[in-house]
Design a protein around this ligand. Structure first.
Ligand SMILES: [Zn+2]
Length: 235
């Protein structure tokens, strides 16, 4: 896979197991989670992937602050183990999560990334839209979110963040319900404001399309929107 991707000019990244919860204080659980992330780094290394996305976790009836403090401690420990095993060159990317009772709004993920200069946020814009019950979409919200990333991580890291994008349906109480395709109009977010703003800032994040089964078509739509903004013809 690594060789084929390289030959085609495709940058690979890897998603660590979905059930990882950095906010679980149980030492056995931390040991297991560290093992999963270490194995993810090893697989990433085999195929030349440079980034591993990691879920931040669940609140488990704790306050957001308590859960975040546990996750900070866990992530520090995970990084020490990964460094010790020779995977310091793999970039870990804590992800913004879509459900309200999960740790991982934008500020929480940015605080996790302040632990170490090598960390990059995985900003899932669909998740942020879903957990804010539709508030975080449109140009004004996009500008604010990207400004916040730059404010807390500095212009260099901000310009190369990791990202997932899809439309996501939400429920009024919980947030994320289900991923959608760009053709489905009931929910957002609309990809156009993000593409315009990235082009305006001349940033180069990695954006992974996570549409429900239409990743190929919708990724090309985003690429087209972006190229339109920088004044080149799509494809
Ligand atoms: Zn994820």
């Amino acid at each position: 896979m690594g060789e084929a991707a390289k030959a085609s000019g495709i940058a690979l990244s890897l998603h660590a197991p979905y059930f990882i919860n950095l906010a679980n204080p149980d030492p056995e659980s931390l040991k297991k989670n560290t093992g999963y992330i270490l194995a993810s780094c090893q697989a990433a290394d085999w195929m030349g992937a440079t980034r591993v996305t990691v879920h931040t976790g669940a609140l488990m009836k704790r306050t957001r602050r308590e859960a975040l403090d546990i996750a900070l401690k866990s992530l520090r420990e995970v990084m020490a183990v990964c460094d010790g095993e020779g995977y310091g060159h793999i970039t870990l990317c804590p992800e913004t999560m879509g459900k309200i009772n999960q740790l991982g709004d934008l500020d929480e993920v940015l605080e996790l990334c302040q632990l170490d200069e090598r960390l990059l946020p995985c900003i899932d814009f669909g998740h942020l839209y879903a957990r804010s019950l539709g508030e975080l979409e449109g140009l004004e919200a996009t500008v604010k979110m990207l400004d916040r990333v730059e404010e807390l991580l500095g212009p260099d890291r901000a310009s190369r963040f990791h990202s997932h994008f899809s439309k996501i349906a939400f429920t009024p109480n919980g947030g994320e319900k289900i991923h959608l395709t760009f053709d489905q109009e009931d929910f957002g977010p609309d990809p156009a404001p993000l593409m315009a703003e990235l082009a305006r800032r001349d940033w180069s994040p990695t954006i992974i399309c996570e549409s429900a089964g239409t990743q190929d078509v919708d990724a090309l739509t985003m690429k087209g929107l972006y190229l339109d903004c920088i004044g080149k013809k799509a494809l």
